[in-house]
Write a protein that binds this ligand. Structure first.
Ligand code: WTA
Length: 658
């Protein structure tokens, strides 16, 4: 596609104003041991994968999954509906557990778990298999059938992955609801999925306090007519009310359950889980993933991106309630037979060095966390890090938002000691697994870039008029062909799936993000399409303005949004959190000057507001759409069910621009 109308093209184009030139190649030592150890090796693999993606994935599926019955067709594509590995029968919990035990690796540690109060458990693959078998048999006994939906609302204890895997073992579809969500949000999700069962705990530990999970579930169940039973795990021993006939204790259910309970052979396309994610408007959508394709994609991307080796100790700090926890705590690492750290609580309990303490004690080699956490650590100060020996680390990862180059540098130097590559992984709940990321032994890192696509993934960037962008021009990021990990739809709403992901750009998956590709073929995510700021016809991406602000030594975090401006169409408003929370008199002007120097006059904010915290989703993403309303002086009518801390919003509204 090419545009003959250059005027439309320049008007629709997103300006690239970021000028990051630092490049960090992996050390020779790192590359020498890596699974994929050179750019050439990556390019060969990639070229092979896109020459015939279906044949490529068929081969991967044969080699990396256990099949009770082989599949006969690699892909059936009836746009926008994909079926991978058709006719095959497998089981995700078999691939994650039995496969290792059968291979004589049952004594390998699956999880080093640590509760927030400091209690510890070490669980081998054989033990995990026994726990999952018991719970799967208990679910079956309770009448849970293949295809039934099961909500899970639990703290980060080993029983959370056990519950997920037990569902997978019998073909029940789990819907994990993050333990910070309200009763209202739980009821909505129970209702949308028509869940029959909910699994919870008496409580979970968070910053020294007990989160009363069961109590919240009780409230939700008043509005969840589809739920027949509630299983309750004893974790915190606080008082809970058990409703006779409906509520059952986990420990009683598994007391006499058999430790051998065979995994049911399931169809490749049987649903594995639903995971609700907030759309920019309207009700949360239940993203649906299925069995074989998802499991394969999570496993292989885990092995490629994290360069996983036998001796590694992997720690992903996400909660299992997010896609990151599904794919890179449960289904990817376990399918690969990895040893992991699992931690229940907050990063500042009991003190702000808890993460570094954990890394030191377990000799963690690979850390996977989010930019919001990294920016928080920067704010808390380097002294917390410097107290600990982090020399076991060899690789770092980032996910969830763009990482500002200055935060990247801090992560690289302070946490990685200048020796660990950083895999900045771009992907979505919908994509099932990582879509773009450095392969750490092969692709040199550039701070702020997710670098290059995974094998089999073909990104394409187009203007609003659907013409292809040129080098360094921003546009809508799409994916050309189906891949095994892709969502299979939105639960109960095929139209919303088709319109949202395959409606606007013909024959391609629309990611909803903007991106550009630089002269070296590196991809740079520029933020959500809806967040673009249009100043006098120049379309600016939020991340670039924010990264310029974060590169100022006093700034901890920043969010940039557009606000109505009669002259320019949109002006720029920025919300800034300072490291010391104490703006000097001329800080506003200083920041404006700083942006002018870093980017240019075009991007200078019209309004700078200081705030002690930014509104974020519970998974830690900055909620720019709420800030947009505040900057425009409007009350927000938007869905705030995923907002982490309502008080932040109230504070922002009342903060004067003085
Ligand atoms: C954003 C999280 C820049 C992006 C796995 C995407 C990122 C959305 C990155 C999906 C990254 C995630 N760089 N942006 N490395 N990772 N995003 O569904 O806007 O919670 O579309 O999945 O987060 O968020 P989700």
């Amino acid at each position: 596609m090419s545009s003959s109308n250059s005027e439309t093209k320049s008007a629709g184009q997103i300006a690239n104003v970021m000028n990051e030139t630092r490049v960090f190649p992996p050390s020779g030592e790192f590359s020498a041991k890596a699974v994929i150890g050179s750019m050439q090796a990556y390019q060969t693999l990639y070229a092979e994968s896109i020459a015939d993606p279906v044949a490529f994935w068929e081969r991967q599926a044969h080699e990396h999954l256990h099949w009770f019955e082989p599949f006969h067709t690699g892909l059936e594509w009836n746009e926008p509906f994909a079926k991978w590995f058709v006719g095959g029968k497998t089981n995700v919990s078999y691939n994650c557990l039995d496969a290792h035990v059968v291979a004589g690796r049952g004594d390998r540690v699956a999880f080093h778990w640590e509760g927030e109060p400091g209690d510890k458990r070490t669980i081998t693959y054989a033990e995990l298999l026994a726990d999952v078998s018991k719970f799967a048999s208990a679910l079956k006994k309770l009448g849970i059938q293949k295809g039934d939906r099961v909500s899970i609302y639990m703290p980060m204890v080993p029983e959370l992955p056990v519950a997920m895997l037990a569902c997978a073992r019998i073909g029940a579809i789990h819907s994990v609801i993050f333990g910070g969500f309200s009763a209202e949000a739980i009821a909505d999700r129970n209702d949308d999925a028509q869940a029959k069962l909910i699994i919870t705990a008496d409580g979970g530990w968070r910053r020294g306090k007990v989160l009363p999970l069961k109590q919240t579930v009780d409230e939700a169940l008043q509005k969840s007519p589809s739920i027949q039973h509630c299983i309750v795990l004893k974790r915190t021993e606080n008082d809970v009310t058990m409703k006779p006939g409906r509520d059952l204790w986990w420990h009683e259910l598994v007391a006499d359950a058999p430790t051998h309970f065979p995994a049911e052979p399931l169809d490749s396309e049987d649903s594995l889980f639903i995971l609700y994610t907030s759309g920019s408007t309207g009700r949360p959508k239940g993203i649906r993933h299925t069995t074989a394709g998802y499991n394969l994609y999570a496993k292989r991307t885990f092995q490629w991106v994290f360069d996983y080796r036998e001796e590694d100790i992997f720690w992903c700090t996400a909660d299992c309630g997010w896609i990151t926890g599904h794919s890179y705590i449960v289904y990817g690492p376990l399918a690969a037979g990895a040893t992991q750290v699992l931690y229940e609580g907050a990063p500042n309990a009991p003190a702000e060095d808890r993460f570094w303490d954990i890394i030191e004690r377990y000799r963690v080699t690979i850390l996977y966390t989010a930019p919001t956490a990294i920016r928080t650590f920067i704010k808390w100060g380097d002294h917390h890090v410097e107290k600990h020996d982090l020399s076991s680390l060899r690789l770092l990862g980032s996910v969830g938002e763009g990482i500002n180059p200055e935060a990247w540098m801090w992560y690289y130097e302070k946490i990685g000691g200048g020796r660990c590559p950083i895999v900045d992984t771009w992907w979505q709940t919908e994509t099932g697994g990582i879509m773009m990321s450095p392969l750490p032994g092969a692709i040199p890192c550039k701070p702020g870039s997710c670098t290059m696509p995974m094998p089999g993934i073909i990104p394409r960037i187009v203007h609003a008029d659907l013409s292809d962008v040129g080098t360094n021009e921003g546009g809508m990021l799409c994916i050309e062909k189906p891949w095994p990990g892709m969502l299979r739809g939105i639960w109960g709403n095929d139209d919303r799936y088709r319109d949202g992901y395959y409606g606007k750009v013909p024959h391609m998956y629309l990611t909803g993000d903007n991106a550009r590709r630089d002269e070296d073929g590196y991809y740079w995510i520029m933020g959500r399409i809806d967040d673009v700021i249009n100043v006098s016809g120049h379309r600016l991406s939020t991340i670039e303005i924010e990264s310029a602000l974060v590169s100022h030594p006093s700034v901890a975090e920043a969010a940039a949004v557009g606000r109505p401006d009669e002259l320019k169409g949109q002006g720029i408003a920025v919300f800034v959190t300072l490291k010391n929370h104490n703006p000097s008199d001329n800080m506003r002007d200083e920041l404006k000057k700083h942006v002018r120097k870093e980017i240019g006059a075009l991007a200078v904010p019209d309004e700078v507001r200081f705030t002690t915290a930014l509104p974020k989703t519970r998974s830690g993403k900055i909620m720019r759409r709420l800030l947009r309303d505040i900057a425009a002086g409007k009350e927000s009518g938007q869905d705030t069910s995923t907002l982490e801390d309502f008080s932040v919003l109230a504070r922002l509204r009342s903060d004067e621009e003085s």
